[in-house]
Design a protein. Structure first.
Length: 239
């Protein structure tokens, strides 16, 4: 599907709305879309890919389907499901069991907002990427309409209130708690951070899903915190 386009964004949004009932369709679609985004910069065939915080393995499966040697790193065994992909490694993104420069592509989808120290997490992604290699990082920023995850959009009224509301309404324990496994990460500070690093070049900063002008929306102060929805950074490791 053409990226960006209204058709693509609508298809992804519809799949996202049905994610609870049909996670497989939603995540297979998202994985194909993300792999297409990677392949705008580098062919996956024959490449070594580290999928950090890869969860159920949809992305790793898609990378392998395209000929990559993809290894999934996931610290929470419960996230892997009953039948993890062969070659899955239970490991934390802060401390990956990989040599310096081992990966051609280091990939992380929707993990950065779940770590307390995103700068250190990024440093580890950079360390394992070879000079000239590609780093794909995407995350939902806190002021995004989806920033509160399962308790969105009520996070705009405060995290604890939104969480309590979710538990009252659904009768289920919320998966996320702010400051424990979800963190209020912003678009502007993250862009400032990556631009200030001397070990990566910022190749592209865009909204991951936005149908028009996905780069422009990330350049508008204040507006970008609400409108970006999910920030996608493509970085290249400096030699
Ligand atoms: C929202 S899920 C995203 C899963 C998958 N990457 C995706 O895009 O569908 C967030 C994942 O980040 C993982 N995670 C949290 N902290 C992490 C860390 N320090 N290192 C690596 N993964 C982490 C979680 O266990 C979880 O699988």
């Amino acid at each position: 599907m053409k990226d960006p386009s209204f058709r693509r964004s609508l298809t992804l949004f519809r799949a996202f709305l049905r994610e609870q009932d049909d996670p497989r369709t939603a995540y297979e679609l998202l994985a194909r879309d993300a792999a297409d985004q990677v392949e705008r910069h580098v062919r996956l065939d024959g490449r070594v890919v580290a999928d950090v915080g890869g969860g159920r393995g949809y992305f790793t499966r898609e990378f392998r389907r395209r000929g990559a040697h993809s290894v999934l790193f996931e610290p929470d065994a419960a996230e892997l499901g009953a039948e993890p992909e062969a070659g899955t490694v239970v490991a934390d993104g802060y401390l990956l069991p990989l040599a310096d420069g081992a990966a051609d592509v280091c990939f992380s989808s929707n993990v950065l907002e779940h770590v307390r120290d995103p700068a250190t997490f990024l440093s580890e992604m950079v360390r394992v990427t070879r000079p000239g290699g590609l780093i794909y990082v995407s995350f939902t920023n806190w002021l995004s309409p989806w920033g509160g995850h399962e308790w969105a959009p009520w996070h705009y009224l405060g995290a604890e209130r939104a969480r309590a509301r979710y538990e009252r309404r659904t009768g289920r324990a919320a998966k996320h708690r702010l400051g424990e496994n979800l963190f209020a990460i912003g678009v502007a500070p993250t862009l400032r951070h990556v631009r200030g690093r001397d070990d990566v070049e910022l190749v592209s900063a865009r909204s991951r899903y936005w149908p028009v002008f996905p780069e422009l929306v990330c350049r508008l102060p204040v507006v970008r915190e609400f409108a970006t929805w999910n920030l996608l950074l493509i970085l290249r490791r400096c030699s």
